[in-house]
Design a protein around this ligand. Structure first.
Ligand code: AKG
Length: 269
């Protein structure tokens, strides 16, 4: 009982410790345990349930109430459009997820890691990873998705200008397709890749060095745009839902992101 209470105690509201900031830049990611309270995680899970019901109704990729649903086929052939690849800017359809995406517990930490107070939120996204749905994320750096190296992106901070946060809605365990990260890969900076598959150069990192992120519901991982990461399909028995919120330092981004309200400005208090 005591352990349970302790596990879900709020993390210190104040800034991240200097060691955490150093680890973010050096190792490339940090984890804040129990950032969200159980009732908040339960509210996220209910919002995800409503998004899944909307996806089933849509049946194919498309817009639903301002969110962009990206649907695919299950590898077991149990129905076209039956796997939810992701719901982009999910808070347009489920406003509670937009509210959580602006929560000072996330925003202040992202701002501290970026070293700025004015942010632009680019990502507010739901990942489901239901057992058997085949959803996987190949090794990548988020810097590619931010359009690093194109006129759409300027590294205004000189340290990447972007922080991604991943909140575990369900337990994330070794057997359900956890997020995997390569420690120290952030120090490589942006690695150029080529179309069509944009595979990272195999001689620049060792997938065997990856660590599985094991998270309890309400835990949050924060990682930078150069940290190499990915995840395999969920071969477990339980869903592995995750709620992602990503923030750029104001002035870095010029791309228009899909979703009603995407790219909103936030100020860290
Ligand atoms: O949810 C996952 O496992 C992958 C997340 C990811 O790769 C990303 O957000 O860039």
């Amino acid at each position: 009982m005591v352990a349970h209470r302790h596990r879900h105690a709020n993390p210190p509201p104040g800034p991240l410790a200097p060691e955490e900031v150093a680890a973010f830049h050096d190792v490339g990611f940090i984890v804040v345990r129990g950032l969200w309270r159980p009732r908040e995680v339960a509210a996220m899970a209910r919002a995800f349930d409503r998004l899944a019901a909307a996806a089933a109704h849509l049946g194919a990729s498309g817009d639903h109430r301002g969110s962009a649903f990206v649907l695919g086929d299950r590898p077991d052939g149990r129905g076209a459009g039956a796997s939810i690849q992701r719901v982009v800017w999910c808070g347009a359809a489920e406003p509670i997820l937009l509210r959580y995406g602006a929560d000072p517990r996330l925003v202040s930490r992202a701002a501290q890691l970026l070293g700025v107070t004015d942010l632009e939120q680019l990502i507010n996204q739901a990942h489901f990873k239901i057992p058997g749905d085949g959803v996987a994320f190949p090794w990548h750096q988020d810097s590619r998705h931010r359009r690093y190296g194109t006129p759409e992106w300027t590294d205004v901070t000189g340290r990447g200008s972007f922080v991604e946060t991943l909140t575990a809605v369900d337990p994330m365990t070794a057997d359900n397709g956890p997020l995997q990260l390569i420690p120290g890969s952030a120090r490589l900076g942006h690695l150029a890749t080529d179309p069509p598959d944009h595979a990272l150069p195999a001689d620049r990192f060792d997938p065997a060095a990856a660590v599985d992120l094991v998270l309890a519901p309400g835990d949050v991982a924060l990682f930078g745009p150069y940290t190499i990461h990915g995840s395999a399909p969920n071969e477990g028995t339980r869903p592995r839902r995750a709620f992602l919120n990503g923030y750029a330092a104001a002035g870095a981004n010029r791309r228009v992101y899909p979703g009603r309200g995407a790219g909103r400005r936030l100020t860290a208090g």
